[in-house]
Structure formats: C-alpha cells, structure tokens
Design a protein around this ligand. Structure first.
Ligand SMILES: Nc1ncnc2c1ncn2[C@@H]1O[C@H](COP(=O)(O)OP(=O)(O)OP(=O)(O)O)[C@@H](O)[C@H]1O
Length: 798
C-alpha cells in the first residue's frame, strides 16, 4: 500500500520533462537561439524605455495605427512590451525577466538540465515580485520603479499590515530566499560572526606585539591555547589510546591556535605532567624501547639505502596527437537515429536516450517506453547489433543499478589513452592505495585506477595482438611510477623471451630471483617451477614472521617494523610486496602442468595477506589452461578481445569479450560488474626510457633474493619399502617402460589416476631404479630399456 502512493506523485513530474527530450538537435538550435535573441531584444526595449517611455506613452493608445511614430529602439512592439511589463507590471524588476528568457535559450542550446532552469525561473519570478513590492514604497501607481503591480500590492499590504508589517514581510521573504536558495543556516551566519571576531582579536594582538595583558577576553583565549597545548603534547607522546580530558573540537583548536603557542609558556604545567605519567603506565617495556629508538633515530626508513633514488619523470612518457576526445555531433546523431530506427523496427519505443562518449566507444543509455520488457531487448541483442552493423557493439540490458539499457557503439575515430595522461591524473597521483595500477580510462573518460593489493590476483586474457602485453606493461609502469624499489619487487616469467626483457635493466632495483640463477627474468619453463616453489617458501617464511609479530597482514607488519617495534635480530625485516607476472600462462601449463598449477593455486589461495600478488596473462583462455582452481582464486579478471563466446565465458563467466574491438579495448571485473575500459597505451620505447632512467641510478648490490628451493627429488628418501608399493606399481612400470617416458601425467592418463597417486608411484619407480631422478618439467629418464629387462629387474629385487 505504502509503495503505491508515490507513483501518482511522480507521474506529473515526468510530463514536464517529456517535450524537451523530443527536440532534435536542429530544433534545439532554433529554439535556443530564438530565446537568446528574444532575451536580448526585451532587454534593449527595456533600456530604451527608460529614456523614451514618457514620449511613447501617447503613441500607445494608437498602437494599431501604423503611421503614429514611437521612439523606442524596438519601435511599437518595444514600446508596448515595456509598458506592459515595466509600467503596468513589475517596474525595474522586469529586467530580470529578460535575463530569464536569455538564460532559457542558453540552457536549451547547451542541453543543460531543465530542472535547474525551472529553479532559475521560480526564483527569478520570486525576486521580481518581491523587488517590485519593495520598490512600490518609493513610487506611484504607473511608475517605472515598482510598476503598477508592485505599487498596488505594496499599498494593499500597507492597508492591512501597515508599513512595518510590509517591511518585515519583505525581510522574511529575503530570509526564505537565502535559506532555500543558498542553504544559509543560523549556524553558518554565527560562524561568520565568530571568525570575524577572532580575526579582529588576532589583529589586535599583532598590533600590540607585546606580552598579552590580562583582560577578560584574552583569559578565555588563553584557556583555549592551554587546551590545544595539552592535546598536541599528548598526541606526540602517545599515538596509542588516550583518555584525554578535553573532548570537544580538539583538531580545530590545534589548527587555529598553533601559531600563538609561543606566547603562552606559563600555562598549567602540572596537568600536563599527570597526563604523561598516565601514558607511561600503558606502554610495555618494548614499546618504550621502540619509542626511544624512534625518538633517537626516527622511524625506520626502508628507502634509505637508495635514499637518492629518483622516480621516473612524466616526460619519459609520450604525448599522442590523437589524444583527447573529440565530439563528432554528426556521428552521434547518426548512431542515435540508427538505434531509434532499429529498435522501432522491433516495436520497442524509447522515451529518452543519452550518450556518454568514451575514448573508443560511446555508450547510448536508453530508457524504453513504459511496458517494454527488458528481456525482449536482451533477446534481440544479436539482431540489434546486426542492424546497427558495427563491430564491437555490446548491449547491457539493464545497466546495473540504473534501470536503463546501454548500447555501446565504437567511435569512428578512437583516441589513444596515453600512459602519460593516466599517470599524470590526479586520481592516480593522489591515490593512497598500496599497489595502485592505472589501467586506462572508462567509458565516461575517467581514469581507472585499481589496487592490486585488494584484487588480490589478476587474470588477463585476450587473443593475440589485442593488447595483453601493452596491458602488462601498463601495470608494471604504474607500479614503477608509484613505488620505491624498496617497496615492491617483481618476479617476471616470460616464456616468449621478448616481451619483458626490457625490465632486465632494473634487475638490481626492482626484480627478485633465485639465488643461483643468472637472469632475473625467467624464460625457461623448468626454472619457473623452482621459482614458484621458492615463492611458496617465501610465503611460509613471511607467515611465520607475521605470526611472531602478531600482525594480520603485511601492511600492519611493515608499520610495526617502521616504528622499530620488531627486532631485526629476531629475523624481522621490512617486507616488500612481491608481484609475480606470468606472460603466456597457457604455454607454461602445457609444458609443466600440475607442477606449475599446484604452487600457483597455493600462492593464489594464501599469499594475499603477506603481500605476494599474481598477475597471469594468457592467449588461450581455454578451460584446461584456466582451470577451476585457478579461476576460483583470481577474482579480478581482465579480458581483451577474444575470438569466441566460449573463451569470453571462460574468462569472464559471461559473454562480452568477444564483442570488443581490440587495440586495448577491455572488460574488467572484480567479481560482479563488468567495466569497459580503454587500456592505457605504453609503447616499447617508452618502457625502454623508463627502465634506462631507473637502471642508470644507484642500485642494490643484487636483485632481491628469494629463498633457495631444494627440489623434492633430492629430499625424498628413495628406500621405499617393497611391501608398501602401490597395487598398480607393476602396471605403472609396464606403462613407463613401454612408452620410455617417465612422467606422472602419462600414468595419470593411462591408468586413470589422480595426481598424488601417480606422483607416489613415480617416486616408488625411482626408488626401484626404474626411472631416473626428477628433472624439472622434463620427463624422467627411463632406466630399463624393455619389458623383458623389467621382468628380470623386478625378479632380482625379491
Ligand atoms: N591500449 C592500446 N591502445 C592502442 N593500441 C593498442 C593498445 N594495446 C595494444 N595496441 C595495439 O595492438 C598491438 C598489439 O598489442 P600487444 O602486443 O599488447 O598484443 P598482445 O595481446 O600482447 O599480442 P601477443 O599475445 O601476440 O603478444 C600494439 O602494437 C598496438 O599497436
């Protein structure tokens, strides 16, 4: 019941809006310019009336006689209109009327909000009436000041409530105007008075420039200063909880009075001492030590070793000529008409349509007429896209949270979103995120910045040549522009061997590697397994550190370490974030399978709290590459254009990526909504310049060293008891010897085993001397040449 009530209220509002939406651009141009010119003409007529009004009065009675001349600059019409509105209407206040007509024209022409215009009209007429009544005090009937209406209303009011009553009524009208139009409140007025009073006092003090004399006002102020002093002192000595006495307005007090602190050396010291003692009681011994250390040496600064490190400058990034959105009115109109026509072919009426222009696509937001089912539009998605005959059309029905339908149509001329523009954006520069990444710009041309630490891992997919590598470079560049080498380290896996090689130059600044490896960028798949396992060890080590430090995540841990509350002698150290980037994950899974998947899944499940974040890119987003376990642990996904709906589903759990237009056009999701973003473009020469800039600066002696990983083959005991062997041991041996290939995955396939059991059997085969030791991603060597030799070998064992 309650819900049904507001409906009839809303209906009449809509009726007001309807006509304006139906105007075409041409009609808007005509109407807008008509109103602007009318506004100007009325104003000219009014001004002229001030000088010629009296002369023209006689001519007014003979308005219809063409020969009778008038002096008004707009002749008969001007004289008549001015007489009507100024003399017989509202007097001088009528000038506002010409302003309102002019403003209406501007609003129509520039397509501005009609609700605002209605407000301007309402308040404009309000002022016209009040002003004419006010001016009615000073003029006569038929006078230029208040006009007939102003005068008559004024004298009517005077007859009933007297002069004073009329004046007070006008004052009330003024207060109403200020309160509603400018949201003036009693508090804001009294604030203005207070600050004026304070300024005045401050000035007085400056003038005196001597020790403050005792006087009533100043003792009050001294009280304030005392409070501020107490608060600021307590704040510096104890960042921890404080049962501070002065409760109200502490911050504004500190700010307001701080510069005058020096003037007050003798305020109540006894109280201050008591507070300090209380604080001491709350601190533990180690906290005291930490505070002392911080006092003596300041907070621990992880960037100190490379204290002179300079962040890359913006001029290393290129400016593009094709940057900046250009509005093509014709194209907009054309697309709008096509959408309207297409939808009307399917008998879908539109009540309004709005366009938002992005760098590569324009979003047309449609409100269908009442009664049109959204499912109908959704079902017709393909037909509509076909009728609009453009590549890359995506229909969002409905736009989540808006109740409108979105049709994204690619722009004829797409604009490049340069890395420079997104890095320079305020949103990125002022972001407080832990690992901010400027991915590009959204459809409404806003810079799109996300926090990798919050994601916490990212999956990136797209067919070849659609912008993945550029996307990865954009991610890395963002971090290079925002994070000091001490704060973040990259582990780069690049099976293609060419995409990430440029980052070699920053090895000793930003890269992490295994202790025994020469290159920091991993291009060999066998080394990837060791690195991933090493990262798992690093993760376990970090968890141990966090546990000992009683911290829940890396951010808390680092804050504590910086505050010198953790002792480096206990193994504590500042922990940089580690970002693992794997380009071409499909290749890795194909060659190393489970050996890669298992540590990746483990890292993905557990590593977020300790600051290890994964970014995985793949060309082939098929289900055997992006397996269920990987998908479940990578909530943030980026899809560049893919070739089929199935691929789109694999990566995004829905279609859409197959309808993108390529060249960095992408969809981003972090679990729920899909956001269309144009990826920032950073070219290889730009990356080269940045890495050269960083590489030429003083570096750490070596790359960040990951813990050593001792392959499992050397750690496991090989003397597995014969009686403990798996039931399928002999069958497995036959499979391996026949195929002359010692791999667990072969056993999995042929004997339909799980990974763990196959792995165990391989270990037993190794112990039995049938296959050789573990060799990374390569299959183990088979030491028995044929089945006869195998039989002999097994008989000899017994
Ligand atoms: N954000 C972008 N803005 C403009 N053009 C882009 C953008 N991203 C990519 N391109 C264009 O597409 C080309 C291919 O991009 P990229 O090398 O990143 O593709 P890829 O998906 O990594 O391909 P592959 O998988 O074959 O390496 C680029 O050379 C560039 O011309």
């Amino acid at each position: 019941m309650a819900k049904s009530k507001p409906k009839p209220k809303k209906a009449p509002r809509k009726k007001f809006k309807m006509p304006s939406f139906k105007l075409s651009s041409q009609q808007k141009l005509v109407l807008g310019s008509f109103l602007i010119i009318s506004g100007l003409l009325i104003c000219i007529a009014f001004i002229s009336h001030l000088f010629t009004g009296k002369i023209d009065q006689s001519a007014l009675t003979e308005f219809t006689t063409r020969e009778v001349p008038t002096e008004n600059w707009l002749s008969k019409f001007g004289a008549w209109l001015s007489d009507l509105l100024i003399q017989r209407g509202f007097g001088l206040a009528s000038f506002i009327f010409s302003g309102l007509v002019f403003l209406s024209g501007v609003f129509v022409l520039m397509n501005l909000s009609l609700t605002k215009l209605r407000k301007h009209w309402f308040w404009g007429v309000y002022i016209i009436i009040c002003l004419s009544v006010l001016l009615g005090f000073f003029g006569n009937k038929y006078d230029i000041l208040g006009g007939t209406i102003g005068f008559e209303v004024n004298s009517y009011l005077q007859d009933y409530i007297g002069k004073t009553g009329t004046i007070l009524l006008l004052v009330f009208a003024l207060i109403t105007y200020l309160a509603i139009r400018f949201r003036v409140t009693f508090e804001s007025i009294s604030d203005v008075f207070k600050s004026a009073k304070k300024d005045f006092k401050a000035e007085l003090k400056h003038d005196d420039n001597v020790i403050v004399p005792i006087d009533n006002d100043l003792t009050e102020e001294a009280e304030e200063i005392k409070k501020a002093h107490e608060i600021s002192l307590v704040k510096t000595t104890s960042p921890a909880k404080e049962p501070a006495k002065p409760k109200t307005e502490p911050t504004s007090l500190v700010v307001n009075v701080a510069p005058e602190e020096d003037n007050e050396p003798e305020v109540d010291e006894s109280e201050l001492e008591i507070k300090v003692e209380e604080v001491k009681e709350e601190l533990s011994e180690s906290d005291n030590l930490a505070n002392k250390l911080v006092e003596d040496f300041g907070q621990f600064d992880p960037t100190l070793e490379l204290g002179k490190y300079q962040f890359p400058t913006l001029d290393l990034l290129k400016k593009y000529d094709t940057e900046g959105i250009k509005i093509n009115q014709e194209e907009l109109e054309e697309n709008k008409n096509r959408i309207v026509d297409t939808l009307s072919n399917y008998k879908i009426g539109i009540s309004s349509i709005k366009a938002t222009i992005g760098p590569t696509v324009t979003l047309y937001e449609i409100v269908p007429e009442a009664g049109v089912r959204i499912s109908k539009i959704k079902n017709l998605e393909d037909d509509i896209a076909l009728s609009l005959s453009a590549l890359g059309i995506r229909i969002i029905a409905p736009i989540p949270g808006k109740g409108t339908i979105g049709i994204e149509v690619p722009n004829k001329d797409s604009t490049i979103v340069s890395m420079r523009s997104v890095i320079a954006s305020k949103k990125f520069q002022s972001s407080e995120m832990q690992l901010p990444i400027a991915l590009g710009k959204t459809i409404s041309n806003e810079t799109f910045v996300v926090d990798l630490a919050k994601m916490p891992h990212m999956l990136m997919a797209g067919a070849t040549g659609q912008g993945k590598s550029v996307g990865l470079n954009a991610v890395l560049t963002s971090l290079l522009y925002k994070k000091h080498p001490a704060e973040v380290k990259f582990v780069l896996v690049d099976p293609k061997k060419v995409e990430l090689t440029l980052f070699n130059k920053i090895e000793r600044h930003y890269l992490a590697k295994l202790p025994d490896s020469e290159d920091a960028i991993i291009t060999d798949n066998t080394k990837v397994i060791n690195t991933l396992n090493s990262l798992c060890i690093e993760m376990d080590n970090r968890y141990e550190l966090l546990k000992n430090a009683l911290c829940r995540n890396i951010a808390e841990y680092n804050v504590k370490f910086k505050a010198r509350k953790l002792n480096p002698n206990d193994g504590h150290q500042f922990l940089p974030y580690i970002v693992l980037v794997v380009d071409e994950f499909a290749d890795l899974i194909m060659t190393a399978g489970k050996e890669v998947e298992t540590p990746i899944a483990r890292l993905a499940q557990l590593a977020r709290a300790i600051g290890i974040h994964l970014i995985i890119a793949t060309q082939r987003p098929s289900v055997n590459v992006i397996t269920g376990i990987i998908k479940a642990n990578f909530p943030a996904r980026i899809a560049f254009r893919v070739t089929s709906k199935i691929d789109s589903r694999t990566i995004l759990d829905g279609s859409g990526a197959d309808q993108l237009i390529g060249r960095g056009d992408m969809l981003y999701t972090q679990g729920n909504d899909l956001i269309r973003v144009q990826c920032a473009f950073v070219d290889t020469p730009e990356v080269e310049k940045i890495t050269e800039f960083i590489g030429s600066q003083k570096a750490y002696p070596d790359a960040y060293l990951l813990p050593e990983y001792v392959g499992e083959e050397s750690g496991t005991s090989l003397d597995i008891d014969i009686s403990d062997r798996d039931k399928l041991f002999k069958d497995a041996a036959i499979v391996i010897v026949t195929a002359q290939q010692g791999s667990a995955s072969l056993l999995q396939r042929k004997l339909k085993l799980g990974y763990n059991r196959a792995g165990r059997i391989i270990d037993q085969l190794e112990a039995a001397g049938i296959v050789g030791p573990f060799e990374g991603s390569k299959a183990r060597q088979v030491l028995i040449t044929d089945l006869i030799a195998l039989d002999q070998h097994l008989e000899n064992e017994i």
